[in-house]
Design a binder for this molecule. Structure first.
Ligand SMILES: C[S@@+](CC[C@H](N)C(=O)[O-])C[C@H]1O[C@@H](n2cnc3c(N)ncnc32)[C@H](O)[C@@H]1O
Length: 207
């Protein structure tokens, strides 16, 4: 099955106050998180443009209200997932870094939404052949574990997956989504150069 690109322009309307409050809190938490003494230089958890991503999710929500179950791959401090919950998505997150998962849980609690965040790898089991083929000097952790078991969800139960891959990682992310995502599900990716793009897994040959 191939991936077909979707048009997902950012919604220009003012965001709901509950969402702008999450984004402002998230900015503060990011500043504090990266100011921690002892943080390793070269740490790869660079945040996406959360407001831009959220505005594109507003568009997706309006266009396709049936897409509800949302997963952030590499959820960092959980800012996109918590904002997505405020938009009405049934949001979840998987993040490798335990300290970030703790922060994400605190963010969701402060904003009164239930967003399961689990520590572990978003790379689903059964990806070994794709990982073997990926010749990457990557910041993504290229191993799978039981994160989906702990979420009590399989990858193909999610309608929308959001991720921020490095440019050289995006092809692998797309392959992982094609391999494990549900038909009709949408992968939303952020890139520093390309902004937000979205791809739907559709029936047919290719991919
Ligand atoms: C570029 S940051 C993006 C953070 C956040 N999604 C955002 O948009 O601001 C990528 C995140 O993915 C995490 N990560 C890398 N490999 C992972 C893996 N295999 N499973 C879960 N998280 C992973 C990193 O620790 C980092 O927090």
């Amino acid at each position: 099955m191939p991936l077909r690109q979707l048009q997902l322009p950012p919604d220009p309307a003012p965001l709901p106050t509950a969402v702008t409050t999450v984004l402002a809190d998230g900015r503060e938490r990011l500043t504090a998180h990266f100011a921690r003494p002892g943080l390793q230089p070269g740490h790869g958890a660079i945040p996406s443009d959360h407001e831009l991503v959220v505005r594109c999710l507003v568009t997706l929500r309006a266009k396709e209200p049936g897409l509800v179950r949302f997963l952030e791959w590499g959820s960092g401090l959980g800012i996109v997932a918590v904002a997505a919950a405020k938009l009405g998505f049934d949001a979840h997150g998987i993040e490798w870094d335990d300290a970030m998962v703790d922060e994400a849980n605190r963010l969701s609690a402060r904003h009164g939404v239930r967003v399961p965040f689990v520590a572990g790898s978003f790379v689903p089991p059964g990806s070994d052949r794709l990982l073997d083929r990926a010749e990457l000097s990557t910041r993504t952790v290229l191993q799978s574990d039981d994160a989906y078991d702990r979420l009590e969800r399989d990858m193909d139960e999610f309608d929308v997956v959001f991720a921020y891959p490095w440019p050289e990682e995006e092809a692998l992310y797309r392959q992982l989504f094609l391999r494990h995502g549900a038909e009709g599900a949408v992968l939303v990716v952020y890139g520093q150069l390309d902004g937000v793009r979205a791809f739907r897994k559709v029936a047919g040959r290719g991919g």
